[in-house]
Design a protein around this ligand. Structure first.
Ligand code: TMP
Length: 222
């Protein structure tokens, strides 16, 4: 029996990193073994790839290069880290995963969706999340939050390469995520990210708790 795999998705500034931290803390308080990771990154190769991907100086990067770098980071993370953790019956929570490539490179950049799905399968080796939390937010509000987190007087300089994309790009990403959620309603949970941090955490827990319950029973745990 394997562990459980939860992923968090959303546009920039949707609060997924905060909520991921809260969910992990709740699960740990509940006595569960939890491992947190993120994409791109999560391994030393992946972190090196992440810095190439997000560096604002790499403006010449073409869509195909970007695509393969995200996939390379994912292939490494799945095999080096996620699959072994799941095999060790750990609950893995990941900040972005394969859906992000469909939303950003597919819907955002216009790379062929079928091609992305095919190479995503190669990268993940077929690993799919048990639950994906989609924090839905208007990118205008999300980018406002991101800028607020950075230097208020020099907002643009605090954005990474993808955050600095045009608003229409982020609108397409948001639409892409919502389309993905419509296609797989059982895996996705859409949450209105304009709510308070507390309300969002409660909604996430309401969806996670039953999964934990049936998993615990299957595992023959307490
Ligand atoms: P972060 O904002 O969650 O740290 O993610 C880093 C950026 O990478 C964010 O702008 C979304 C982007 N991204 C993609 O474009 N494609 C992907 O496959 C992943 C995982 C992230």
């Amino acid at each position: 029996m394997r562990g459980l795999f939860f992923t968090f998705e959303g546009v920039e500034g949707s609060g997924k990193t905060t909520q991921l931290g809260r969910l992990s803390a709740t699960l740990r308080q509940d006595g569960k073994r939890v491992a947190e990771t993120r994409e791109p990154g999560g391994t030393s190769l992946g972190d090196a790839i992440r810095s190439i991907l997000l560096a604002t100086r790499n403006l010449e990067m073409v869509a195909e290069t970007e695509l393969f770098l995200y996939l390379a980071s994912r292939a490494q993370l799945c095999r080096e880290w996620i699959a072994p953790a799941l095999n060790a019956e750990t609950i893995v929570v990941c900040d972005r995963f394969a859906d992000a490539t469909v939303a950003y490179q597919g819907y955002g950049r216009g790379v062929d969706l079928k091609l992305i799905r095919t190479i995503n399968r190669v990268a993940t080796g077929g690993l799919t999340p048990d639950l994906t939390i989609l924090l839905d937010l208007d990118p205008r509000e999300g980018l406002r939050r991101v800028k607020e987190r950075g230097q208020v007087s020099l907002p643009e300089s605090s954005l990474d390469r993808l955050e600095a994309e045009a608003l229409e790009f982020h609108d397409r990403v948001r639409k892409g995520y919502l389309q993905l959620a419509r296609e797989e309603p059982h895996r996705f949970q859409i949450i209105d990210a304009t709510q308070s941090e507390e309300a969002i955490a409660a909604e996430i827990w309401a969806r996670v708790e039953p999964l934990i319950g049936s998993w615990t029973v299957q595992e023959g745990r307490r």
